[in-house]
Design a protein around this ligand. Structure first.
Ligand code: ATP
Length: 487
């Protein structure tokens, strides 16, 4: 058993790599910091979580439709949204060499020269000050630790200033005379693709307020603190939904979505005691209410999703910058005046969840190193991923007991019959015990074994991952049983 939380976190990371869930990006070139690739079982699990979110948002809500907007957007989008001016992290310059450093990089480089405990303590202080936006404290930390510029060798530092987190790139092949003319950003959130398409969607899908637009997709942030595996990445995926409502009703919709979103996590089979709300006290100037849904990761309770009541800030800003009206005509009758509500810029309640963070919550919740008592009094152990069956990467493993006597053929027939309904995995190598352990380690909820008795009575043994209990089942009941359990 892992002895403390950080050990468990490290064990989950190691397991994720060993069993094909998550790899460091470009690992053969020593990796790229805070960028990760999903392997065979990771990409399947990630897809299943995304599909579960997408279905619950769109298919199961008549008044929510989806879009798939581009990652590149007109650069003015990010001026209107406030990201150009406000989406930033701290930087510091050395006055002698004129070299500019990101504060975290400078401190991290220094930490690498220290003994392990001192380094950890320095990094912990840095993380605390960064998360509190305490620039004076950070500069003090740099001075107290006598951190010097590698070029000038001096500790003659400017004050700390902000650095924008958006990645920039060049658009098109023709070089422009004016630097910056062709510059575009990689989107730091998916939400703006929804706002700028508000009227396109409302008109073409004939939506009536209140209604929502959902989207999943990649977002990019040049994150400053990026040392927590897939918790904080520079390229990640978001699942966002913007719900457009009549001004004055945003309070009730905010309450509704706050509750509904927590319920979604629980409906997946995640444990209620590992969730809590964190209501924001310090709000952005335009925000009416905001909260995080926090999950208890092995490294503590941390945000996995945000619910934000944003007023008409986003649509009004885009209206201002684009000079195009982003309004809705509401012909419902206002009881107070007896007249239609008429034209207005709708208010927005947003739900925004990180797919990778959700993945990490599922994986770390599922991971267990379990002792198994044996009949002779000794004990064995196994590592099992108790991933909720409906999102497990592989649902059913089909295992012929031996490679001969026609057992593989029967197993293949079962596979053919089931694989169009759910993900199946066929394996005939190694002892059955070893095969069960491998399936436990990737979270496969059901294994069936085809043995000699199968040839006599058309039954197989089904083994349940969580309890390790086994029972005989007619072959023609297998598909229905698994379908029922993964609904
Ligand atoms: P944090 O405070 O952790 O930086 P945030 O408040 O900036 O997150 P939002 O902008 O509200 O996050 O984004 C919504 C969701 O996107 C977050 O709840 C989180 O799940 C996810 N997310 C944000 N940044 C990252 C990242 N760098 N890596 C992975 N997921 C992220």
């Amino acid at each position: 058993m892992a002895t403390n939380d950080n050990n468990k976190f490290q064990a989950v990371i190691a397991h994720a790599k060993e069993y094909g869930f998550v790899f460091q990006s470009s690992e053969i070139y020593d990796g790229l910091s805070a960028v990760y690739d999903y392997g065979p079982w990771g990409s399947e699990l990630k897809k299943n979580i995304r599909d579960y979110w997408w279905k619950s948002m769109t298919q199961l809500h008549e008044n929510i439709v989806g879009i798939d907007a581009a990652i590149f957007m007109h650069p003015t989008t990010w001026k209107a949204s406030g990201h150009v001016d406000n989406f930033s992290d701290p930087m510091i310059d050395n006055k002698d060499s004129k070299k500019r450093y990101r504060v975290d990089h400078l401190i991290e480089a220094h930490a690498e020269t220290l003994p392990k405990e001192d380094a950890e303590s320095l990094l912990a202080s840095m993380d605390r000050l960064l998360s509190g936006d305490d620039f004076t404290g950070l500069k003090q930390l740099i001075e107290d630790n006598k951190i010097k510029c590698a070029i000038s060798g001096t500790g003659n530092w400017t004050d700390i200033r902000q650095f924008n987190l958006m990645f920039k790139t060049e658009f098109g092949a023709v070089a422009s005379e004016n630097e910056g003319d062709n510059m575009v950003y990689l989107r730091p959130e998916t939400a703006q693709g929804i706002f700028v398409n508000f009227l396109n969607v409302q008109k073409t899908a004939r939506m009536k307020i209140p209604f929502g637009i959902a989207q999943t997709g990649k977002a990019f942030r040049n994150e400053i603190v990026a040392r927590q595996f897939i918790f904080r990445m520079r390229e990640f995926e978001q699942m966002e939904m913007q719900f457009f409502v009549r001004p004055g009703t945003e309070g009730e919709w905010y309450k509704y979505w706050k509750q509904e979103r927590l319920q979604w996590h629980l409906s997946l089979g995640m444990p209620a005691e590992k969730y809590r709300y964190h209501d924001h006290v310090k709000l952005a100037h335009y925000a009416k209410e905001a909260c995080d849904i926090e999950f208890e990761f092995p490294i503590g309770f941390k945000e996995v999703e945000g619910i934000h009541s944003r007023g008409d800030f986003d649509l009004s800003q885009h209206q201002l910058y684009s000079k195009k009206k982003l309004q809705y005509y509401d012909n419902d009758i206002d009881a107070a005046t007896g007249k239609p509500y008429g034209n207005y810029v709708p208010y927005v309640v947003e739900t925004s969840i990180g797919l990778d963070r959700m993945f990490l919550s599922v994986l770390s919740n599922a991971y267990e190193e379990e002792a198994i008592p044996k009949e002779d009094g000794s004990s064995d152990s196994r590592t099992v991923l108790r991933i909720p069956a409906k999102i497990a990467p592989v649902k059913l493993a089909i295992l012929p007991l031996t490679k001969k006597d026609g057992l593989p053929e029967i197993a293949r027939d079962i596979m053919r019959n089931c694989q169009d309904e759910f993900y199946c995995f066929y394996e005939e190598k190694d002892t059955i015990g070893k095969r069960y352990r491998r399936m436990d380690a990737i979270g496969t909820p059901f294994c069936i074994t085809v043995d000699h008795q199968t040839k006599e009575d058309n039954t197989v043994t089904i083994r349940y991952r969580d309890t390790m209990t086994q029972e005989r089942l007619p072959i023609d009941k297998v598909k229905e049983l698994v379908k029922e359990k993964i609904r």
